[in-house]
Design a protein around this ligand. Structure first.
Ligand code: CU
Ligand code: ZN
Length: 368
């Protein structure tokens, strides 16, 4: 079938909306008609050429939600008409990691996905007979996409898809960091560095876990105000003195849990140093630049602080994303407040511009 999609032709240049050919799904694969897709920093990171593992041409986009249109052979978990959220982090339920509660990093299709291929080593996207590679196993800046069944979370059809799409990446990453990685205990004190989509998700997660105090640190007063409406109890402007100020706010000892959601290694260090002596846990959600390292004075660790890394918030997507969507429908997560701009596919580059200008939390492409 012919589809319209936003193609990354050349790093650093605007995406080009073009007509491509999308082949039918093979065994274990599903054709999804996208209804909505968020524009995330990882898309921009790859489009800019900063990502050393990036390639072109490819169709970007990984924060998608849509409706199943066609299923390939041996697909059992979804059927035409089902509403789904796309998962760049799949869950096969069979590999060593999927069977272990300690991680969400499914091993099933990693290598093929990193190379831009579907699990059988080929692509369903092409242009004039020339294969076009997939991106993050999702390629959701497109009217339709073909994805492995193990990379789709089936959700309640009551959920508006232009909200549900945020659970495909940023929002789940933040919420999951608090619920799965840190396992925040009720009554505790938390610090969240960064009030973008991931950091705000972490604020929500800390609130859902019953944290007593949630201190949010950011450079924007506007974003800090938003953090308060999602459960932050204290706000602080970021800067070199933040650790000192945080220690002051927490009786000199630091916080039970800290979360880093900026990708800045200096902020990561602040997250470690503001975690409490004895048991403070610093969870790293941000993605640092290539070659950057985290500088930690070992004394902080020997006195009982720990550091954890979190990818997609430790969320096993097919199991937990539908639960998050149910929590949204139950009124426990205010997703509406995160959608700051609605765009058409043709406006996709405007989504990047808004992100670079730090205008709003999320732009969502509406395919309707
Ligand atoms: Cu993302
Ligand atoms: Zn797996």
């Amino acid at each position: 079938m012919k589809i319209r999609a936003a193609v990354l032709e050349e790093f650093g240049a605007p995406l080009e909306v073009q007509e491509l050919e999308l082949a039918e799904p093979k065994a274990g694969e599903v054709l999804v008609r996208l209804v909505a897709c968020g524009v995330c920093h990882t898309d921009l990171y790859t489009a800019s050429g900063a990502d050393p593992s990036g390639y072109s041409p490819t169709v970007l986009g990984h924060e998608g939600a849509g409706v199943v249109e066609v299923v390939g052979d041996s697909v059992t978990d979804v059927a035409p008409g089902d509403h789904v959220v796309t998962l760049f982090s799949p869950q096969c339920r069979e590999c060593e990691h999927c069977r272990d509660h300690r991680t969400n990093l499914c091993l099933a299709i990693r290598e093929q996905q990193n190379q831009g291929h579907l699990p059988d080593g080929t692509t369903r996207l092409s242009r004039d007979g020339e294969p076009i590679r997939h991106f993050m196993g999702t390629s959701t800046f497109a009217e339709c996409t073909v994805m492995p069944e193990i990379a789709l979370a089936k959700i309640d059809p009551e959920a508006p898809l232009d909200r549900a799409c945020l659970f495909a990446c940023g929002l789940s990453t933040g919420i999951g960091a608090a619920l799965n990685t840190a396992k925040v205990a009720s009554g505790s004190t938390c610090v969240v560095f960064g009030a973008g989509m991931v950091g705000l998700g972490a604020v929500v997660g800390c609130r859902l876990q019953g944290a007593e105090r949630i201190i949010c640190v950011d450079l924007s007063g506007e974003r800090l105000a938003l953090a308060r409406s999602h459960g932050a109890t204290d706000e602080m402007l970021g800067g070199p003195d933040v650790v000192e100020q945080l220690l002051e706010l927490t009786g000199g000892l630091g916080a039970d849990y800290t979360f880093e959601a900026t990708g800045n290694v200096n902020v990561m260090r602040q997250a470690v140093e503001s975690a409490r002596m004895g048991w403070g846990l610093a969870t790293m959600c941000g993605v640092a630049g290539k070659g950057e390292t985290l500088n930690v004075v070992p004394r902080f660790l020997i006195t009982g602080r720990r550091i954890a890394g979190s990818s997609f918030g430790g969320v096993k997507g097919r199991d937990q994303v539908p639960q998050f969507v149910d929590m949204y429908l139950a009124g426990d997560i205010d997703v509406d407040a995160f959608v700051s701009h609605k765009l058409t596919l043709d406006d996709v580059n405007q989504g990047f511009e808004l992100m670079e200008a730090q205008d709003g939390i999320r732009s969502v492409i509406d395919f309707a």
